[in-house]
Design a protein. Structure first.
Ligand SMILES: *Cc1c(COP(=O)(O)O)cnc(C)c1O
Length: 389
Protein backbone atom coordinates (compact mmCIF):
# COMPACT_ATOMS: atom_id res chain seq x y z
CA UNK A 1 0.00 0.00 0.00
CA UNK A 2 1.60 3.20 -1.20
CA UNK A 3 0.48 5.65 1.47
CA UNK A 4 3.01 8.28 0.50
CA UNK A 5 1.81 8.29 -3.10
CA UNK A 6 -1.83 8.45 -2.08
CA UNK A 7 -1.22 11.28 0.35
CA UNK A 8 0.71 13.22 -2.29
CA UNK A 9 -2.08 12.80 -4.86
CA UNK A 10 -4.62 13.87 -2.29
CA UNK A 11 -2.57 16.96 -1.56
CA UNK A 12 -2.11 17.78 -5.24
CA UNK A 13 -5.87 17.51 -5.78
CA UNK A 14 -6.40 20.15 -3.09
CA UNK A 15 -8.27 17.64 -0.92
CA UNK A 16 -5.78 17.37 1.91
CA UNK A 17 -7.36 18.22 5.24
CA UNK A 18 -5.76 19.33 8.44
CA UNK A 19 -7.12 19.52 11.94
CA UNK A 20 -7.07 22.70 13.96
CA UNK A 21 -6.15 22.49 17.61
CA UNK A 22 -8.80 23.81 19.97
CA UNK A 23 -7.78 24.71 23.52
CA UNK A 24 -11.02 26.25 24.82
CA UNK A 25 -14.60 25.06 25.32
CA UNK A 26 -17.07 24.93 22.43
CA UNK A 27 -18.22 28.54 22.91
CA UNK A 28 -18.33 31.37 20.33
CA UNK A 29 -15.07 32.74 21.76
CA UNK A 30 -12.52 30.08 20.99
CA UNK A 31 -8.80 29.58 21.17
CA UNK A 32 -7.81 27.82 17.95
CA UNK A 33 -4.15 27.06 17.14
CA UNK A 34 -3.24 29.57 19.83
CA UNK A 35 -5.32 32.36 18.24
CA UNK A 36 -8.43 33.95 19.80
CA UNK A 37 -11.30 33.63 17.36
CA UNK A 38 -15.04 33.89 17.14
CA UNK A 39 -16.24 30.55 15.86
CA UNK A 40 -19.06 30.19 13.35
CA UNK A 41 -18.84 26.45 12.73
CA UNK A 42 -20.00 24.65 15.85
CA UNK A 43 -23.04 22.37 16.01
CA UNK A 44 -23.59 23.39 19.62
CA UNK A 45 -26.69 25.31 18.54
CA UNK A 46 -28.02 26.12 22.00
CA UNK A 47 -24.75 26.58 23.87
CA UNK A 48 -25.35 23.50 26.02
CA UNK A 49 -21.88 21.96 25.52
CA UNK A 50 -20.49 24.33 28.13
CA UNK A 51 -23.62 24.94 30.23
CA UNK A 52 -22.89 24.95 34.00
CA UNK A 53 -25.87 22.69 34.80
CA UNK A 54 -24.83 20.13 32.19
CA UNK A 55 -21.24 20.18 33.47
CA UNK A 56 -22.49 19.75 37.02
CA UNK A 57 -24.67 16.78 36.02
CA UNK A 58 -21.68 15.12 34.40
CA UNK A 59 -19.34 15.70 37.35
CA UNK A 60 -21.92 14.53 39.90
CA UNK A 61 -22.63 11.35 37.93
CA UNK A 62 -18.92 10.67 37.44
CA UNK A 63 -18.38 10.96 41.19
CA UNK A 64 -21.22 8.54 41.82
CA UNK A 65 -20.74 6.04 38.99
CA UNK A 66 -17.17 6.50 37.82
CA UNK A 67 -16.02 7.36 34.35
CA UNK A 68 -16.32 4.37 32.03
CA UNK A 69 -19.33 2.14 31.35
CA UNK A 70 -16.98 -0.84 31.49
CA UNK A 71 -18.88 -3.10 29.09
CA UNK A 72 -21.35 -3.17 26.25
CA UNK A 73 -25.09 -2.85 26.94
CA UNK A 74 -25.67 -6.58 26.51
CA UNK A 75 -22.83 -7.65 28.79
CA UNK A 76 -23.26 -5.48 31.86
CA UNK A 77 -22.77 -1.89 30.77
CA UNK A 78 -26.48 -1.01 30.57
CA UNK A 79 -26.77 1.53 33.34
CA UNK A 80 -29.84 3.16 34.89
CA UNK A 81 -28.63 6.55 33.58
CA UNK A 82 -28.96 5.09 30.05
CA UNK A 83 -32.39 3.77 30.88
CA UNK A 84 -33.53 7.12 32.32
CA UNK A 85 -32.28 8.99 29.26
CA UNK A 86 -34.04 6.58 26.87
CA UNK A 87 -37.29 7.00 28.79
CA UNK A 88 -36.99 10.80 28.82
CA UNK A 89 -36.20 10.94 25.08
CA UNK A 90 -39.19 8.75 24.23
CA UNK A 91 -41.47 10.95 26.28
CA UNK A 92 -40.00 14.15 24.81
CA UNK A 93 -40.43 12.95 21.24
CA UNK A 94 -43.78 11.26 21.76
CA UNK A 95 -42.39 7.97 20.47
CA UNK A 96 -43.11 4.57 22.06
CA UNK A 97 -39.48 3.58 22.52
CA UNK A 98 -35.91 4.89 22.24
CA UNK A 99 -32.57 3.10 22.04
CA UNK A 100 -29.26 4.85 22.74
CA UNK A 101 -26.27 4.38 20.46
CA UNK A 102 -22.71 5.56 21.05
CA UNK A 103 -22.67 7.78 17.95
CA UNK A 104 -24.97 8.92 15.15
CA UNK A 105 -22.72 7.20 12.66
CA UNK A 106 -23.28 3.91 14.46
CA UNK A 107 -27.02 4.51 14.89
CA UNK A 108 -27.45 5.02 11.14
CA UNK A 109 -25.23 2.21 9.89
CA UNK A 110 -26.49 -0.15 12.61
CA UNK A 111 -30.16 0.56 11.99
CA UNK A 112 -29.97 0.31 8.20
CA UNK A 113 -27.99 -2.92 8.36
CA UNK A 114 -30.46 -4.40 10.83
CA UNK A 115 -33.54 -3.36 8.82
CA UNK A 116 -32.38 -4.24 5.32
CA UNK A 117 -31.36 -7.41 3.57
CA UNK A 118 -30.44 -8.39 0.01
CA UNK A 119 -34.05 -8.41 -1.11
CA UNK A 120 -34.80 -4.91 0.22
CA UNK A 121 -34.79 -1.63 -1.65
CA UNK A 122 -33.47 1.52 0.00
CA UNK A 123 -33.87 4.95 -1.63
CA UNK A 124 -31.97 7.93 -0.25
CA UNK A 125 -31.76 11.66 -0.89
CA UNK A 126 -28.48 12.36 -2.71
CA UNK A 127 -27.42 14.84 -0.05
CA UNK A 128 -27.97 12.54 2.92
CA UNK A 129 -25.31 12.38 5.60
CA UNK A 130 -22.40 10.02 4.84
CA UNK A 131 -23.42 7.65 7.65
CA UNK A 132 -26.84 7.05 6.02
CA UNK A 133 -25.28 6.49 2.61
CA UNK A 134 -22.65 4.16 4.10
CA UNK A 135 -25.32 2.22 5.99
CA UNK A 136 -27.42 1.78 2.87
CA UNK A 137 -24.45 0.79 0.72
CA UNK A 138 -23.09 -1.75 3.20
CA UNK A 139 -26.47 -3.38 3.85
CA UNK A 140 -26.47 -5.45 0.66
CA UNK A 141 -29.90 -4.05 -0.30
CA UNK A 142 -30.59 -2.51 -3.70
CA UNK A 143 -29.44 1.06 -3.15
CA UNK A 144 -30.90 3.99 -5.11
CA UNK A 145 -30.67 7.74 -4.73
CA UNK A 146 -33.14 10.44 -5.61
CA UNK A 147 -32.30 14.03 -6.54
CA UNK A 148 -32.20 16.33 -3.57
CA UNK A 149 -35.73 17.19 -2.42
CA UNK A 150 -37.24 15.78 -5.65
CA UNK A 151 -40.11 13.64 -4.36
CA UNK A 152 -41.44 12.69 -7.78
CA UNK A 153 -38.02 11.20 -8.40
CA UNK A 154 -38.36 9.40 -5.06
CA UNK A 155 -41.73 8.12 -6.25
CA UNK A 156 -40.11 6.70 -9.41
CA UNK A 157 -37.22 5.16 -7.55
CA UNK A 158 -39.55 3.40 -5.09
CA UNK A 159 -41.54 1.64 -7.81
CA UNK A 160 -40.90 -2.06 -8.41
CA UNK A 161 -41.79 -5.05 -6.33
CA UNK A 162 -39.18 -5.47 -3.61
CA UNK A 163 -40.71 -7.19 -0.58
CA UNK A 164 -39.35 -4.43 1.66
CA UNK A 165 -38.80 -0.77 0.80
CA UNK A 166 -37.37 2.14 2.77
CA UNK A 167 -36.96 5.82 2.00
CA UNK A 168 -34.28 7.63 4.00
CA UNK A 169 -33.59 11.32 4.49
CA UNK A 170 -31.94 13.91 6.68
CA UNK A 171 -34.51 16.12 8.46
CA UNK A 172 -32.28 19.19 8.01
CA UNK A 173 -29.46 18.78 5.53
CA UNK A 174 -26.06 19.27 7.09
CA UNK A 175 -24.36 21.09 4.20
CA UNK A 176 -27.32 23.13 2.90
CA UNK A 177 -29.41 23.75 6.02
CA UNK A 178 -32.67 23.16 4.16
CA UNK A 179 -35.45 20.94 5.45
CA UNK A 180 -36.93 17.79 3.94
CA UNK A 181 -40.68 17.83 3.20
CA UNK A 182 -41.46 14.84 5.37
CA UNK A 183 -45.19 15.10 4.83
CA UNK A 184 -44.76 14.67 1.07
CA UNK A 185 -42.24 11.91 1.60
CA UNK A 186 -44.63 10.10 3.94
CA UNK A 187 -47.36 10.26 1.29
CA UNK A 188 -45.05 8.84 -1.37
CA UNK A 189 -43.95 6.11 1.05
CA UNK A 190 -47.56 5.20 1.89
CA UNK A 191 -48.29 4.78 -1.83
CA UNK A 192 -45.43 2.27 -2.18
CA UNK A 193 -45.90 0.63 1.20
CA UNK A 194 -42.41 1.81 2.09
CA UNK A 195 -41.03 2.73 5.50
CA UNK A 196 -39.59 6.19 6.19
CA UNK A 197 -36.41 6.76 8.19
CA UNK A 198 -35.41 10.31 9.17
CA UNK A 199 -32.09 11.46 10.61
CA UNK A 200 -32.84 14.70 12.43
CA UNK A 201 -29.36 15.36 13.84
CA UNK A 202 -29.63 19.09 13.03
CA UNK A 203 -33.34 19.51 13.71
CA UNK A 204 -33.77 18.20 17.25
CA UNK A 205 -33.38 21.03 19.74
CA UNK A 206 -33.51 23.62 16.98
CA UNK A 207 -36.95 23.46 15.38
CA UNK A 208 -40.45 22.22 16.17
CA UNK A 209 -42.51 22.66 19.35
CA UNK A 210 -40.16 22.60 22.37
CA UNK A 211 -37.32 21.74 20.01
CA UNK A 212 -38.81 18.35 19.17
CA UNK A 213 -37.43 18.62 15.65
CA UNK A 214 -38.51 18.38 12.04
CA UNK A 215 -40.93 15.48 12.46
CA UNK A 216 -42.93 17.25 15.16
CA UNK A 217 -42.70 20.57 13.33
CA UNK A 218 -44.43 19.01 10.33
CA UNK A 219 -47.10 17.50 12.57
CA UNK A 220 -45.91 13.91 12.11
CA UNK A 221 -45.03 11.08 14.45
CA UNK A 222 -44.22 7.40 14.63
CA UNK A 223 -47.01 6.45 12.21
CA UNK A 224 -45.55 8.44 9.32
CA UNK A 225 -41.90 8.26 10.45
CA UNK A 226 -41.45 4.83 12.04
CA UNK A 227 -37.67 5.30 12.38
CA UNK A 228 -36.32 8.57 13.78
CA UNK A 229 -32.62 9.05 14.48
CA UNK A 230 -31.25 11.90 16.57
CA UNK A 231 -27.82 12.76 17.87
CA UNK A 232 -26.83 14.18 21.25
CA UNK A 233 -23.57 15.77 20.09
CA UNK A 234 -25.24 18.72 18.37
CA UNK A 235 -27.99 20.86 19.95
CA UNK A 236 -27.90 18.66 23.07
CA UNK A 237 -24.24 19.61 23.54
CA UNK A 238 -23.04 16.21 24.78
CA UNK A 239 -22.27 12.99 22.91
CA UNK A 240 -24.10 9.95 21.64
CA UNK A 241 -27.18 9.25 19.55
CA UNK A 242 -30.48 7.42 19.59
CA UNK A 243 -33.10 5.71 17.47
CA UNK A 244 -36.79 6.26 18.24
CA UNK A 245 -39.55 3.96 17.03
CA UNK A 246 -41.84 1.17 18.13
CA UNK A 247 -40.96 -1.24 20.95
CA UNK A 248 -40.53 -3.85 18.25
CA UNK A 249 -38.02 -1.69 16.39
CA UNK A 250 -35.78 -1.01 19.40
CA UNK A 251 -36.08 -4.66 20.46
CA UNK A 252 -34.94 -5.74 16.97
CA UNK A 253 -32.03 -3.28 17.09
CA UNK A 254 -30.86 -4.70 20.42
CA UNK A 255 -30.84 -8.15 18.77
CA UNK A 256 -29.53 -7.32 15.29
CA UNK A 257 -27.69 -3.97 15.14
CA UNK A 258 -24.03 -4.90 15.32
CA UNK A 259 -22.75 -1.38 16.15
CA UNK A 260 -25.09 -1.53 19.17
CA UNK A 261 -24.05 -4.98 20.29
CA UNK A 262 -20.30 -4.88 19.80
CA UNK A 263 -19.36 -1.62 21.44
CA UNK A 264 -18.88 -0.24 24.93
CA UNK A 265 -21.88 1.66 26.27
CA UNK A 266 -21.66 5.44 26.62
CA UNK A 267 -20.17 6.53 29.95
CA UNK A 268 -23.07 6.81 32.45
CA UNK A 269 -21.91 10.37 33.25
CA UNK A 270 -22.39 11.32 29.60
CA UNK A 271 -25.92 9.91 29.71
CA UNK A 272 -26.60 11.87 32.91
CA UNK A 273 -25.29 15.08 31.30
CA UNK A 274 -27.49 14.41 28.26
CA UNK A 275 -30.56 14.01 30.45
CA UNK A 276 -29.96 17.42 32.03
CA UNK A 277 -29.22 18.91 28.60
CA UNK A 278 -32.48 17.45 27.26
CA UNK A 279 -34.46 19.13 30.06
CA UNK A 280 -32.79 22.47 29.29
CA UNK A 281 -33.30 21.98 25.55
CA UNK A 282 -37.03 21.38 25.97
CA UNK A 283 -37.35 24.74 27.77
CA UNK A 284 -35.04 26.72 25.48
CA UNK A 285 -37.70 28.61 23.52
CA UNK A 286 -36.00 31.91 24.28
CA UNK A 287 -32.67 30.64 22.95
CA UNK A 288 -34.43 29.32 19.84
CA UNK A 289 -36.07 32.71 19.28
CA UNK A 290 -32.69 34.46 19.60
CA UNK A 291 -31.18 31.97 17.15
CA UNK A 292 -34.00 32.65 14.72
CA UNK A 293 -33.41 36.39 15.00
CA UNK A 294 -29.66 35.96 14.32
CA UNK A 295 -30.50 33.79 11.29
CA UNK A 296 -32.90 36.35 9.81
CA UNK A 297 -30.43 39.17 10.36
CA UNK A 298 -27.59 37.27 8.73
CA UNK A 299 -29.75 36.36 5.73
CA UNK A 300 -31.18 39.83 5.29
CA UNK A 301 -27.92 41.73 5.60
CA UNK A 302 -25.76 39.39 3.51
CA UNK A 303 -28.37 39.32 0.76
CA UNK A 304 -28.46 43.12 0.79
CA UNK A 305 -24.65 43.09 0.29
CA UNK A 306 -25.10 40.98 -2.83
CA UNK A 307 -24.16 37.59 -1.42
CA UNK A 308 -26.08 34.55 -2.53
CA UNK A 309 -27.53 32.54 0.32
CA UNK A 310 -29.00 29.07 0.15
CA UNK A 311 -32.67 28.50 0.91
CA UNK A 312 -31.87 27.46 4.48
CA UNK A 313 -34.33 27.48 7.35
CA UNK A 314 -31.80 26.46 10.00
CA UNK A 315 -28.75 27.81 11.85
CA UNK A 316 -26.68 26.29 9.01
CA UNK A 317 -26.39 29.18 6.53
CA UNK A 318 -24.27 28.48 3.45
CA UNK A 319 -22.92 31.56 1.69
CA UNK A 320 -22.41 30.43 -1.89
CA UNK A 321 -19.06 31.36 -3.43
CA UNK A 322 -18.69 28.92 -6.37
CA UNK A 323 -15.00 28.38 -6.98
CA UNK A 324 -13.19 26.21 -4.39
CA UNK A 325 -10.01 28.31 -4.28
CA UNK A 326 -12.06 31.47 -3.89
CA UNK A 327 -14.01 29.94 -1.00
CA UNK A 328 -10.66 29.22 0.66
CA UNK A 329 -9.54 32.81 0.04
CA UNK A 330 -12.67 34.05 1.80
CA UNK A 331 -12.18 31.67 4.70
CA UNK A 332 -8.53 32.78 5.08
CA UNK A 333 -9.48 36.46 4.94
CA UNK A 334 -12.13 35.92 7.62
CA UNK A 335 -9.59 34.06 9.76
CA UNK A 336 -7.24 37.06 9.54
CA UNK A 337 -10.09 39.11 11.00
CA UNK A 338 -10.45 36.63 13.88
CA UNK A 339 -13.52 34.84 12.48
CA UNK A 340 -13.62 31.09 12.01
CA UNK A 341 -15.88 30.07 9.11
CA UNK A 342 -15.12 26.87 7.25
CA UNK A 343 -15.07 26.63 3.48
CA UNK A 344 -16.91 23.55 2.21
CA UNK A 345 -15.59 22.38 -1.12
CA UNK A 346 -16.19 19.58 -3.61
CA UNK A 347 -16.32 16.59 -3.24
CA UNK A 348 -18.27 17.27 -0.02
CA UNK A 349 -20.60 19.47 -2.11
CA UNK A 350 -21.27 19.45 -5.90
CA UNK A 351 -18.79 21.15 -8.27
CA UNK A 352 -19.01 24.96 -8.58
CA UNK A 353 -20.97 25.18 -5.33
CA UNK A 354 -18.08 25.76 -2.93
CA UNK A 355 -19.38 27.76 -0.03
CA UNK A 356 -18.71 29.24 3.36
CA UNK A 357 -20.77 27.38 5.87
CA UNK A 358 -21.76 29.82 8.60
CA UNK A 359 -23.25 28.05 11.59
CA UNK A 360 -25.00 30.16 14.18
CA UNK A 361 -25.61 29.36 17.81
CA UNK A 362 -27.95 30.86 20.38
CA UNK A 363 -24.82 31.71 22.36
CA UNK A 364 -23.68 34.17 19.66
CA UNK A 365 -24.37 37.80 20.55
CA UNK A 366 -25.61 40.38 18.08
CA UNK A 367 -22.21 42.10 18.49
CA UNK A 368 -20.43 38.94 17.37
CA UNK A 369 -22.73 38.76 14.36
CA UNK A 370 -21.97 42.46 13.67
CA UNK A 371 -18.29 41.57 13.40
CA UNK A 372 -19.01 38.79 10.93
CA UNK A 373 -21.27 41.00 8.83
CA UNK A 374 -18.71 43.82 8.81
CA UNK A 375 -16.04 41.39 7.59
CA UNK A 376 -18.29 40.12 4.79
CA UNK A 377 -18.97 43.74 3.88
CA UNK A 378 -15.22 44.48 3.70
CA UNK A 379 -14.66 41.40 1.51
CA UNK A 380 -17.36 42.19 -1.03
CA UNK A 381 -14.72 43.02 -3.64
CA UNK A 382 -13.44 39.41 -3.77
CA UNK A 383 -14.58 37.61 -6.89
CA UNK A 384 -17.44 35.21 -6.69
CA UNK A 385 -18.15 32.79 -9.50
CA UNK A 386 -21.37 31.26 -8.19
CA UNK A 387 -24.21 31.97 -10.58
CA UNK A 388 -27.08 30.14 -8.96
CA UNK A 389 -28.09 26.50 -8.99
C1 LIG B 1 -23.39 14.65 12.86
C2 LIG B 1 -24.33 13.81 12.08
C3 LIG B 1 -24.35 12.41 12.24
C4 LIG B 1 -23.31 11.69 13.06
O1 LIG B 1 -23.55 11.81 14.41
P1 LIG B 1 -22.35 11.52 15.42
O2 LIG B 1 -23.00 11.31 16.72
O3 LIG B 1 -21.48 12.72 15.37
O4 LIG B 1 -21.65 10.30 14.91
C5 LIG B 1 -25.33 11.71 11.59
N1 LIG B 1 -26.21 12.31 10.79
C6 LIG B 1 -26.19 13.64 10.58
C7 LIG B 1 -27.21 14.26 9.66
C8 LIG B 1 -25.25 14.42 11.21
O5 LIG B 1 -25.21 15.73 10.99
Amino acid sequence: MDLQGRLQKHQEAGLYRQRRLLSSPQTPEQCVDGQSLIGFCSNDYLGLANHPKVIEAMVTAAQRYGVGAGASHLVNGHHETHHDLETALAEFLGYPSVLLFSTGYMANTGTLNALLDRKSLVVQDRLNHASLLDGGLSSGATFKRFNHGDYSHLDQQLSGDSPQKWAVTDGIFSMDGDQADLRRMANVCAKHNAGLMVDDAHGIGVCGPNGRGTVAQQGLGVTEVPVLVGTLGKACGTFGAFVAGSEQLTDALVQFARPYIYTTALPPAVAAASLTALQLLAQADEARAHLQQLQSRLRQELTAMGYHLWDSVSPIQPVMIGDAAQAMAYSDALLKRGLLVTAIRPPTVPKHTARLRVTLSASHTNQQLDQLLQAFCDLRHLDRSYHGA
